[in-house]
Design a protein around this ligand. Sequence first.
Ligand SMILES: NC(=O)c1ccc[n+]([C@@H]2O[C@H](COP(=O)([O-])OP(=O)(O)OC[C@H]3O[C@@H](n4cnc5c(N)ncnc54)[C@H](OP(=O)(O)O)[C@@H]3O)[C@@H](O)[C@H]2O)c1
Length: 273
Amino acid sequence: MCLEKTILITGASSGIGKSVTKQLAEQGHKVIMLCRNKEKSEKVIKEIDSKNAELLLCDLADFDDVKRAAKEFKNKYSKLDVLVNNAGSVFADRKTNKQGYELTFSVNHLGHFLLTNELLDIITERVINVSSYAHKFGKINFEDINLENSYNSLKAYSQSKLVNILFTYELARRNKKITVNCLDPGFVKTNVGENDKNSYISYIMKIIRLFSKSPEKGAETIVYLATSKDVENITGKYFCNKKIKKSSKKSYDLKVAKKLWDLSEEMIKNYKP
Ligand SMILES: NC(=O)c1ccc[n+]([C@@H]2O[C@H](COP(=O)([O-])OP(=O)(O)OC[C@H]3O[C@@H](n4cnc5c(N)ncnc54)[C@H](OP(=O)(O)O)[C@@H]3O)[C@@H](O)[C@H]2O)c1
């Protein structure tokens, strides 16, 4: 028998997140899809055709909106069993959010960092952060975290995916009441990199897509981490294909993780609404 969980997943309007939502809803879990595009997400809900999936509108790049969405969630639900931080973006040219922070860092990390911290007191079981193999090329540019002086899309994306892992390990060290893990879904045929057509990153993604798996396959490790009893006591790990793997050497740096946490807190606190 499947014990129904309440699961919130970001970026459920397409790709991996959409497949995860479908699989979890079919298993009987209540899935709250945190998405920014109403029309697109409502189409997905229709397609999934399950009373278990519902929409929570939110733009992760807008910190006021993240706070509002967390509050709206808490008004409706007294607990959240599993949070899946899945949404991700990459941009050919440097863009910023309302607060002037670089957009990849804002969406892929800061929005999720804020969302997680706003919901932490009602999370009962698991936090799952979707990273990528690309983290291995990442470097945390503390001297220029917003990449004002040296932007390129791969640098921004790989930095954000390394940050996802450092955040996972740090949260796992700070909070022993829940489990916190991250994963690389592998190469998956999705829209990632398609924001800016004809860009360098979109050409790379076109080639990668030739060797990629389906979103259904790409969803498997997330569904496993969200529901399996095998991992209910495992925390602070990086998974690929449902197996624990070693992440890059840089991702285990305790000093960097602490510094990143403090910086993220400061960036979230000091933003001007
Ligand atoms: N595909 C791969 O090969 C691959 C490999 C490694 C890791 N990943 C990771 O897997 C995760 C899912 O990506 P995907 O491949 O499924 O790509 P995708 O199809 O492009 O999905 C990305 C999702 O993130 C959402 N999103 C983007 N910006 C947002 C914002 N500001 N606020 C709220 N939601 C936002 C998108 O919403 P919209 O529909 O509104 O754009 C979409 O639902 C990402 O974290 C990515 O880094 C993917």
